[in-house]
Structure formats: structure tokens, C-alpha cells
Design a protein around this ligand. Structure first.
Ligand code: N01
Length: 529
């Protein structure tokens, strides 16, 4: 093979199309699931949908593809995104080069041959010049090691591994641990079915309305026809959306002006308040507090019971430093008599019992089914799971023991011809993912085409370029409020994981421009042989 691609989500599918259909290379994809979709293959919990507006949550590389697909709502549901990716796989004849139900367990670089030997959990071995990780950023589910978890008598479900046939909670009482984006989506739907729902919350979240619904047919048609314009705008944007920060900061405007803007954005729904309002909320606690005041009030207005409302108002992190979930009735669900909220910050979960769980103060809660909405070992987790060995047999996992080390979030020194699509230290998770994925896939395609044109065998970043990129990433992160919050961006959700800010904060447009400049400078920071 010229290339082995690991994963058949957005990244792996487009990478296969790029290498095989556009560049004529022999490429093969290995995918653990039994179908395409990646994130959307696994995440089938009730309410699972993208928080990105559907019209930008897809590929833009092909105008006919863009025009061929119609999304049914403002935000696409999990099954619709899966159907879209199946459509892509069929349209570009990708299935024949994807091996499903197969996990890549290791890849080892052979210095003499200048190629990688890839091994799967079925014992198959494939040799390839390039290995491309398309494993996603949030694909290793985090199941905390609660004592007694395996003794729970009822069924346990993780949102990131939801049964494909769905779960019928009618007549049952459900305990749910977690209150992140997955829980925020699932809570209203599980509550609508279950006899009783108890949510165990460690950290309250700032949640803003999604305002989902059908999109005006005229708007849809205008977007269909504006393929080139939308593509150009989202590629240059900060976050891969048509959202633009205000020129003035939250602290620069009067209370009335700020209230009016936030109210307008609250009504519009989506990421406006997070990614389209005031940039100073990411740098200044004072500015951030002004927006928090507005959001705190909204929570207290929605939730009738003052004690529950107080628990739902975040106290320990700035708005936006944690991923901002979008809500379709989340707060209102806690007004229903059969839905309960339990604080496990001040009184942590001590153990799961056969009939429910016990808190540290001895309080017992009983339920029939347990839902773990406990997130993922983000960004590095999926890469660390594969035994990747570069020059001198060196392990990437060991190299990254103190945190990921990459150049551009794309490659790591000592691991020639190994590419990471939207890896740690790239903008990825701080953007609308398909836009960042397309940029990385296009860039990898350019690199490989250039290597082949020069007759070069290998490329890898220099140690100096990588060191500088790592230092720069931490420096810009430390200039913001992001590191002040205990989030999966910081690796803080996984016990023992190093606390390092994982994504890159250059943002989509400037990062793209930087990559293009590096290419124009003859692949500055890379060693080519
Ligand atoms: O996971 P999370 P998620 N005891 O890590 C709690 C993307 N996404 O699956 O905050 C008690 O956010 C944990 O508590 P804390 C999106 O990027 C996108 O919800 O660590 N609680 C937290 O409340 C998102 O950010 C979409 O204190 C424990 C929860 O479990 C990312 O995926 C939809 C615990 C985990 O929240 C992850 O979201 C869904 C413990 N031991 C997700 N361990 C869309 O685009 C963990 N928790 C729609």
C-alpha cells in the first residue's frame, strides 16, 4: 500500500478519496466499527446531534456533493450525519477500500525500507509508505473506575457507545452521571421516557439554547447556491462557522448595549454568545463575568426551584473555557417532578451499588439503569491506544507521556510519514470539525504529492520546529482563560493525564494561512529526505 488510513469518519473518508481518487495512490482504510461515520457511528444516544449548523457540517471540496445533500433541520441528528457519510462513501466508491470491524493495534516504522508495518487485531499485517491517523479526537470513551461498577444489577450505557437499536427507558428509573454536552442533549429525551431520572452532576455547565428547527426553504436554497462563498468564508473564519467576533469587547460597551446583543444572540441560539460575541471573554475575567451575569440570570429564570437553579449555575470556571453545550429544553427538564439533580462535587460518588449508587456521605440512590455521560479521553487517547513506533523503535505514547509533542498538530519528530488528521495542537476541536478536517486532508495531500514529485521518501518535522510549536501553543493558551478551567481541553477529566492545553488556539483561518506560508517557504520546519 502507499497509505494506510486509520478510521472511517469524516477524516478517513475524505483522506481515502483524496489519495485514491484524486492522486491515484493505493490506500486502505481500517475501521473498528461495522460502518462509516466515526463519532456518528458510535454516538447514538437520544438527542445526539451536531451542535454545528448543518449547512456547514459537511464537506465543501465538491460542489456537486454540496448541492446533492439536503439537511432536514438546523442541526443534523446523528443518524442523518451517518446517512450523509454513507452517501459520501457510496458516491465516491469508497467502501471497497475500507475494512470494517478491524482495529489497528500497532504501526512500526522500518528505517531501512522507509515504510510502516501496520498490524490489526485480526493479525493482518500491511506495509505502507504513509500512515494517516483519522481516529478522531473524541473516540475513546471515558468510563471512570467507580468501585462496584461491574456489580450494578441493571444495564449500563455509555453515551459514546450507545446500542444501535436504541434503549427503551419507558417505566424505568434512570441514573445519569455527567452533565457535559452529551448529557445536555440526552437529558430531555430520556426524561420524556423514563419514570424517574436522577442526574449526578459534578460540574455545572453554561448551556445556551440551540434553537433547533426546520430551516426556511429560501435560506436553504440560497445556501445551496452559495457554495463558493460559504466555503471561502468558513475557511477564513476563526471557528469554521459564519460567526464573527464583535469589534468591541464586553467590557467596552454599556450594560444596555451588551444586554441587547446577548439577548438577541440568546434568541438566535447556537454558538453566537460563545464564538460570535466578545473576544475579551477569553482573556479577561472582568469581561467574562459580565457575560456570566447574563447567563446566570437566564438559568435562574428557567429553573423554578431555587436550590436546583443554584446547583445549575456554574461557579468554578469562566464561560467559554469549557465547551459550550447547546440545549433543547435541558434546564426546563429539571422543573419536572420526576427529574432530580444531585451534586456530586461536594459529595462525590463513593461506589456504584447493585441497585444504584452511594455518595461519600453514605446517601444511597436507587435506579434501574445507569447512563454514563462521562466523556472521552480526548485528543491523545485515540492515538495513544495504538502502539506507534517511529525511528529506533521509539514509542509515540512514551514520547507523549508529559503531553503531546507535534509540529502543527500534524506530525511528530521521529515518526516520519505518520500524519495526524486534526491531532492535538491543531485547532480541530475548537472549530467546526469538517472545516479543519478538510484543511488537514488537503495539506497532507499536498505534502505527499510534493514528496512524490521530488522523489523523496520521507518527511518529518525537525526537533526545533516541534519544540517551538509546543512552546508557542502553551504560550498562547496561557494568555487566555482556557487553562483556568478543569476541562478535557486540559486533560483534566482523566486521572493521571498530564495537564496540558491540547488544542491549538490560532483558530481556523490564521492556522490555515500559517500552514500555507510554511508550504510556500519550502516546507519550513520539516526535514525531507
Ligand atoms: O463529555 P464531557 P461529553 N464523577 O467530558 C462528568 C463533544 N460533543 O460526552 O465536568 C462524576 O464534556 C464530567 O464532570 P466534570 C463536545 O466537544 C459534541 O458530554 O469533569 N462525574 C462531565 O460533567 C464535548 O465537549 C456534541 O466535573 C464525572 C461529564 O461527566 C465533548 O464531545 C455532543 C466523572 C463528561 O462531560 C465531550 O462531551 C456531545 C466522575 N468520576 C459531545 N467523570 C455535539 O456536537 C466524568 N464526569 C452535539
Amino acid at each position: 500500500m502507499d497509505a494506510v488510513i486509520i478510521g472511517a469518519g469524516f477524516s478517513g473518508l475524505y483522506m481515502l478519496h483524496k489519495l485514491r481518487n484524486e492522486m491515484g495512490l493505493r490506500a486502505r482504510v481500517f475501521e473498528t466499527g461495522e460502518g462509516v461515520g466515526g463519532t456518528w457511528y458510535w454516538n447514538r444516544y437520544p438527542g445526539a446531534r451536531s451542535d454545528s449548523d448543518s449547512y456547514v457540517y459537511g464537506f465543501t471540496f465538491d460542489r456537486d456533493l454540496w448541492e446533492s445533500w439536503d439537511w432536514s433541520e438546523r442541526y443534523p441528528e446523528s443518524h442523518e450525519i451517518r446517512a450523509y457519510l454513507e452517501h459520501v462513501a457510496e458516491r465516491f466508491d469508497l467502501y471497497r477500500d475500507i475494512t470494517f470491524g478491524t482495529r489497528v493495534v500497532s504501526a512500526t516504522f522500518d528505517e531501512d525500507a522507509g515504510s510502516w508495518t501496520v498490524t490489526t487485531d485480526h493479525g493482518e499485517t500491511v506495509t505502507a509508505t504513509y500512515v494517516i491517523s483519522a481516529v478522531g479526537a473524541l473516540s475513546v470513551a471515558n468510563t471512570p473506575s467507580f468501585p462496584g461498577l461491574e456489580d450494578f444489577a441493571g444495564p449500563t450505557f455509555h453515551t459514546g457507545h450507545w446500542p444501535h437499536d436504541g434503549v427503551d427507558f419507558a417505566g424505568t428509573s434512570v441514573g445519569m452521571i455527567g452533565s457535559g454536552a452529551s448529557a445536555v442533549q440526552a437529558v430531555p429525551l430520556i426524561a420524556a421516557q423514563a419514570r424517574e431520572l436522577t442526574v449526578f452532576q459534578r460540574t455545572a455547565n453554561y448551556v445556551v439554547p440551540a434553537n433547533n428547527g426546520p430551516v426556511d426553504p429560501e435560506v436553504r436554497e440560497a445556501r445551496r447556491q452559495d457554495w463558493a462563498g460559504i466555503r471561502a468564508r468558513i475557511q477564513r473564519s476563526n471557528f469554521g462557522f459564519e460567526l464573527y467576533m464583535q469589534e468591541k469587547g464586553a467590557a467596552d460597551v454599556s450594560d444596555e448595549e451588551r444586554e441587547a446583543l446577548l439577548e438577541d444572540f440568546w434568541e438566535r441560539g447556537g454558538f453566537h454568545i460563545w464564538l460570535g460575541a466578545y473576544a475579551d471573554i477569553f482573556f479577561s475575567t472582568e469581561a467574562n463575568d459580565l457575560v456570566r451575569r447574563f447567563l446566570d440570570r437566564k438559568i435562574r429564570e428557567k429553573v423554578h426551584d431555587p436550590e436546583t437553579a443554584e446547583l445549575l449555575v456554574p461557579k468554578d470556571h469562566p464561560f467559554g473555557a469549557k465547551r459550550n453545550p447547546l440545549d433543547s429544553g435541558y434546564f426546563e427538564t429539571f422543573n419536572e417532578p420526576h427529574v432530580h439533580l444531585v451534586d456530586v462535587r461536594t459529595n462525590p460518588i463513593a461506589a456504584i451499588t447493585p441497585g444504584g449508587l452511594r455518595l461519600s456521605d453514605g446517601a444511597e440512590y436507587a435506579f434501574d439503569a445507569l447512563v454514563l455521560a462521562t466523556g472521552f479521553d480526548a485528543m491523545t487517547g485515540p492515538i495513544d491506544r495504538i502502539d506507534l513506533r517511529g525511528r529506533d523503535g521509539r514509542s509515540l505514547r512514551e514520547k507523549w507521556a508529559e503531553g503531546p509533542r507535534t509540529y502543527l498538530g500534524l506530525m511528530s519528530h521521529g515518526f516520519p510519514n505518520l500524519f495526524l488528521i486534526t491531532g492535538p495542537q491543531s485547532p480541530s476541536v475548537l472549530s467546526n470539525m469538517p472545516v479543519s478536517i478538510e484543511q488537514h486532508v488537503d495539506y497532507i495531500g499536498r505534502i505527499i504529492a510534493d514528496l512524490r514529485a521530488r522523489g523523496a521518501a520521507v518527511i518529518e518535522p525537525t526537533k526545533e520546529a516541534e519544540d517551538a510549536w509546543c512552546a508557542y501553543n502553551q504560550e498562547i493558551a496561557n494568555a487566555t482563560l482556557f487553562p483556568t478551567a478543569a476541562t478535557w481541553y486540559m486533560g483534566a477529566n482523566i486521572p493521571g493525564k498530564p495537564r496540558v492545553f491540547l488544542p491549538n488556539l490560532d483558530f481556523v483561518g490564521p492556522y490555515r494561512a500559517k500552514c500555507d506560508q510554511i508550504a510556500a517557504n519550502g516546507w519550513e520546519g520539516f526535514a525531507i529526505d
